[in-house]
Design a protein around this ligand. Sequence first.
Ligand SMILES: [Ca+2]
Ligand SMILES: [Ca+2]
Length: 369
Amino acid sequence: MNAILIRSSLAAVLVCGAVTGPRAAAQNLIPNPGFEDGTVAVCDQGILPDPWYQASDTDPGSDVSTFDCATLPGFTPALHYPDLAAAQGGLRFASAWNSADERFGIALTSTLVEGNLHHLSGYFTRSVIHSDDGVYDIYLSPDADYLDGTFVGSIGGTNALGTWSRDDLDFFAPAGAVNIIFNPRSAGTCYIGCDDWELVDLGPPNSPLTGNVNAGSGPVTDVLFVNGSAGDANRDVFVPTNTAIQVRLDAAPAGSDTGNYVVWAWVGPPTNPFVLDVGTSFLGTTANPTPFQPFASPQPFRCLRGGLPPQFCGSATEVRAPRSAPWSVLKGNGLPHPITLTIQGVLQDLGAASADQYSVTNGVVLHVQ
Ligand SMILES: [Ca+2]
Ligand SMILES: [Ca+2]
């Protein structure tokens, strides 16, 4: 199934009212983010205003469109975007055509801090001429060549005809990243208009086992416990074989409203942390990939779900589970064989940092031995 469609449908389930940015305002690391500054000599295609550059050899290349060529020159939007009334901001926006191998890029205001969590957002619209589903693949590079860079994710799949829609992407910065390059991709042909880019540094990520319950209103709080413990400094809990195992999920300290939750269990210790974005919201960082990153491994093998749609469990086997948090479940006989399990989830949280009021719970690494 199309990952973008999954994201959109989940956003519809989760989001009540308008979604605002997931974090407080910070400095935008992309200069001229709305394409309003910089000279374009003629009202034609293949030109970008400085400091934006063509990141491919295609001639004429990526384009800036303008709604008033006499005031601020650029290509006419009427050809590709006849039903679009205005740019998202100002007069101009930009587009690149995947079928002609067009790309564009820009030098950031500073080199990204390696390993820090970064949040990219922008606004997108669809061409009537090159109207297939598409995205911009994002590369962070030490130079202007995307092939020297690191692919960090895709953005802009929300694009639709005649309107602007926002999309977001969170990623951990690779080393030496000072150029961002936008590479359009489609199974068919796309020419996605984009405007008002923003890239902000969210700082060092927490340990993925810390979670972020209550992060919007106070100290991050543990809510997931095994035999009453959230684990030692490494989040490890040790239980002998054939000994009772109780798993408990508390409500968030600020309240969990209707108590919606999901808890995943992976076989083995945490090995592959991932950012969890659902719809347009940054929810937190998980210790391993979730069903929202179906092509990454390891995937959870068991899933407990209350009040959230089936996509939260994906292909993991669902275990019969309480309808809402708080709850505790007891396996009186424990487990007969040694095994290591990583356990973590998502909890509805009125004190969440996310505008959608969901947080990633702390994780616990259960060692049955
Ligand atoms: Ca603009
Ligand atoms: Ca072009």
